[in-house]
Design a protein around this ligand. Structure first.
Ligand SMILES: [Zn+2]
Length: 408
């Protein structure tokens, strides 16, 4: 068959996401990290932020988080009756430990702002393993990780030009983690055995080998890789802001016959919308509360909204809207949604996560195949920059407008 694809294959808009999985051995959360936030948030700020950004349903959090008049109690360990108590501030005052929005330099530059750019996935020789790869009719393959890195390189040049200190979390289409799939044999074995116990059946040797391989790969390219990036962000780079760069893809209309789709759109994500099962995980519960008390949601929403406006103005792409419970609309600007993803949860600073373009749409695919050219080319009667340039410039304009004071 001439058409080959491994891609981006499942649910609309959901394929890039990494929530829920935290199976690389993690330390239990250090609840004392919340001590610095005692008495800083009013009850109304905590409650509103919880409902409007982090957890819209009481039924999802009521077993884990209890709001009293003077404090919020957060269950420290699943299955145990021990609670962390975070006092609310007095007199309905909220004292921010961080600036509400990244400081705007009065001289119209981004001097002093530290931005880390996170090109999604690994790309290169790993793109097929990651399921972020497709090739049609013998053409060059489309690799999400490679495209994301090209956008990051261009965006770094633009932001650096305004004085920002910009770092790429990866500079090559190579993993950040030093581990590889074979390092996870023991963990994958335990996981497969647990599945057998749960399903009350033994896998045949072929099924077992396939499950083992898949599990080792996921632990490598997803879990271990993102935790390695988080270590770099939280311990070395320590940025004011992380921008995660991805491209979306849509399910093939016929999984047997890969035909490009019509849908081409964009959306921008902030962290939030923790569901019940996610909050039952001690680490995810801690991370949610840690992000809430740091009030990173305000910076994330401010920048995400500006970037969403910039994409609309520059690309004319329509907006992608979620329909399921795993995403929550935040604010009034179209295209900005909250989701709980590993990469926007465990980087300890504001994170804006981008999902523009549907890579397997007619429009985007045609532009991707033209490569990263300079200037403009006529496409379907309209002069257009390369997709990489247009993507980088949209993010740049959105960040610039959100961080710099308006010129008068
Ligand atoms: Zn992605």
């Amino acid at each position: 068959m001439a058409i080959r694809s491994l891609l981006w294959m499942f649910l609309a808009g959901a394929f890039c996401f990494l929530n829920g999985e935290t199976s690389v051995q993690l330390q239990p959360p250090d609840w004392a990290r919340l001590d610095a936030f005692q008495g800083t948030l009013s009850k109304s700020t905590f409650e509103q932020t919880l409902h409007q950004v982090y957890c819209p349903r009481v039924s999802w959090y009521q077993d884990w988080i209890k709001l009293n008049e003077s404090a919020v109690l957060i269950r420290k360990k699943r299955g145990e009756d021990s609670w962390y108590s975070l006092s609310f501030s007095e007199g309905n005052q909220t004292i921010s430990k961080n600036p509400d929005v990244l400081f705007a330099d009065k001289k119209n530059n981004l001097n002093g702002v530290r931005i880390a750019l996170d090109p999604g996935h690994i790309g290169g020789q790993y793109s097929e393993m990651e399921g972020r790869h497709f090739a049609l009719n013998g053409s060059l393959p489309v690799k999400e990780g490679d495209l994301a890195l090209s956008v990051a390189v261009r965006l770094k040049q633009k932001l650096s030009g305004l004085g920002a200190a910009v770092k790429l979390i990866r500079e090559k289409n190579e993993p950040v983690t030093v581990l590889r799939p074979h390092d996870f044999a023991g963990e994958a074995e335990i996981w497969v055995r647990q599945r057998e116990l749960l399903l009350k059946k033994k896998f045949n040797p072929e099924e077992r080998a396939k499950l083992m391989r898949k599990r080792k790969e996921i632990l490598f390219y997803r879990i271990s890789e993102i935790h390695a990036r988080a270590k770099l962000v939280n311990e070395d780079i320590r940025p004011d802001l992380v921008i995660c760069l991805h491209l979306n893809a849509a399910p093939w209309s016929d999984p047997e016959k890969f035909e490009l789709v019509e849908r081409n759109d964009f959306h921008v994500l902030v962290n939030g919308c923790y569901m019940g099962g996610e909050l039952s995980d001690d680490n995810q519960r801690f991370e949610m509360v840690f992000r809430l008390v740091n009030r990173w949601n305000k910076t994330e929403q401010h920048i995400a909204e500006s970037v969403s406006h910039a994409f609309t103005r520059k690309t004319n792409l329509p907006i992608f809207n979620y329909k399921g419970p795993n995403a929550l609309k935040v604010g009034n600007v179209p295209g900005v949604w909250a989701r709980n993803l590993l990469a926007n949860r465990i980087y300890h600073c504001p994170v804006v996560f981008l999902e523009p373009y549907v890579a397997n749409s007619h429009d985007a695919y045609e532009r991707i195949m033209l490569g990263n050219y300079k200037g403009k080319k006529k496409i379907n009667g309209k002069w257009k920059e390369s997709l990489v340039e247009e993507y980088a410039d949209s993010v740049f304009l959105g960040i610039k407008k959100s961080l710099l004071p308006v010129r008068r």
